[in-house]
Design a protein around this ligand. Structure first.
Ligand code: NAD
Ligand code: MG
Length: 390
């Protein structure tokens, strides 16, 4: 039996993960669940999966959860606080950790998981964008395995030969092609982008996701973060990672080899496929996702990304080229700006401006230890928050 901890279990990826796990009770045991504040969601998940531990990062929510589970489920240990999320990621009974917390809050737990030699199923791309080499180095040092859940990176992983984490040139790879749907505003007139609402930004044409990543998809910062994620995971330079807009979201990414071969991974846009892949790798298990109906799909379209429409993508490439803590600065400013947009404090187009101004003002440094990265994150958040007011 493989023990699995699901961090961010009440979110979009968390719920999809539990759906896959529930299909294979003979293979996986849910040992721990963690969430931020959604007590009702956590109560329902605890009743269904009876984990050993349930953590709410918010201590008040933890107290409420403890009260609600005390009579019916006294065996579930309820804990509160961010440090308790880290503790479940390194606990002995847990073999696999699904990192599905959104944003920088997932960094320490992801590091804790790799430092304890776990299989890390990495959905929380922000953790890798911030910590890059540090997370990978720690994984190598402690014999941890990182498997990408992001559908594009999972697709690339599937299209690479054995030992996918060796430098691309040694694998005979010329470039990685990350596909992007283009989000809800791919064809919206530029002038109309000034007035788009959080509701419009979160209405993704192909994927149902959490609100932060939905806005990232609308600005294409999501693809920018994914370019950085691909550079780290697959030891690629930014020049070796290209973005292809593919509105149908059927091809999840491609790998081009030096002999002219291009391999792609295709499937219905449903995150349970990459989740099942990473859970079972190198085997395969069912995920609940049906096979592709190619006649129903009928056509696949491709176009280059429009960097004028999506300045966030250009900013992310620049941060990838700058290296060091530049991606951490980019990510922090983006998190602050997206939260402000979702709370209707700034218009959509201001998101990219706040990020650009933050990157202009704060210099990047080489990546050191986690405390340094968290200090960089705090500094960028502070500046971005000040810029929001201007
Ligand atoms: P979501 O908002 O639906 O869920 C986030 C989860 O994290 C929730 O369980 C929430 O309780 C928890 N959480 C939030 N803030 C926290 C904090 N401060 N401390 C501890 N827990 C906290 O998000 P999602 O769409 O499931 O995305 C999760 C991650 O996966 C993101 O990094 C996202 O970029 C990535 N991802 C998501 C998808 C998708 O289809 N949803 C696809 C690829 C990658
Ligand atoms: Mg993705």
């Amino acid at each position: 039996m493989i023990g699995v901890a699901v961090l961010g279990s009440t979110g979009s990826i968390g719920v999809s993960t539990l759906d896959v796990l529930a299909r294979h009770p003979e293979r996986y045991r849910v040992v721990a669940l963690t969430a931020h504040r959604d007590v009702a969601g956590m109560v329902a998940q605890c009743q269904r999966f009876t984990p050993e531990v349930a953590v709410m990062a918010d201590p008040e929510a933890a107290a409420e959860l403890a009260t609600r589970l005390a009579a019916s489920h006294p065996a579930i240990a309820v804990r509160g606080g961010p440090q308790e999320v880290e503790r479940v990621a390194e606990a002995a009974g847990c073999d696999y950790v699904m990192a599905a917390i959104v944003g920088a809050a997932g960094l320490r737990p992801a590091l804790a998981a790799v430092r304890s030699g776990k299989r890390l199923l990495l959905a929380n791309k922000e953790a890798l964008v911030i910590s890059g080499e540090l997370l990978l180095r720690q994984a190598a040092l402690h014999n941890a395995t990182i498997l990408p859940i992001d559908s594009e990176h999972n697709a690339v992983f599937q299209c690479l030969p054995e030992h996918p984490y060796t430098p691309l040139a040694r694998r005979g790879v010329r470039r990685i092609l990350l596909t992007a749907s283009g989000g809800p505003f791919r064809t919206t007139p530029l002038e109309a982008l000034r007035r788009v609402t959080p509701e419009q930004a979160c209405a993704h044409p192909n994927w149902s996701m959490g609100r932060k990543i939905s806005v990232d998809s609308a600005t294409m910062m999501n693809k920018g973060l994914e370019v950085i994620e691909a550079c780290y995971l697959f030891h690629a330079t930014p020049e070796q990672v290209e973005v292809v807009v593919h509105p149908q979201s059927i091809i999840h990414s491609l790998v081009e080899y030096i002999d002219g071969s291009t391999l792609a991974q295709l499937g219905n846009p449903d995150m349970r496929t990459p989740i099942a892949h990473a859970l079972a790798w190198p085997q395969r298990i069912t995920s609940g996702v049906s096979g592709l109906d190619l006649f129903g799909v009928a056509r696949l379209d491709f176009e280059p990304p429009d960097l004028e429409r999506f300045p966030c993508l250009a900013l992310a490439y620049a941060a990838a080229r700058a290296g060091g803590t530049a991606p951490a600065l980019l990510n922090a400013a983006n998190e602050v700006a997206v939260a402000a947009f979702l709370e209707r404090r700034i218009p959509f187009l201001r998101i990219a401006e706040v990020i650009a101004e933050t990157l202009e003002r704060l210099p990047a440094e080489p990546i050191g230890e986690v405390e340094q990265l968290l200090a960089v994150d705090r500094r960028a958040r502070k500046l971005a928050t000040q810029l929001l007011a201007t």
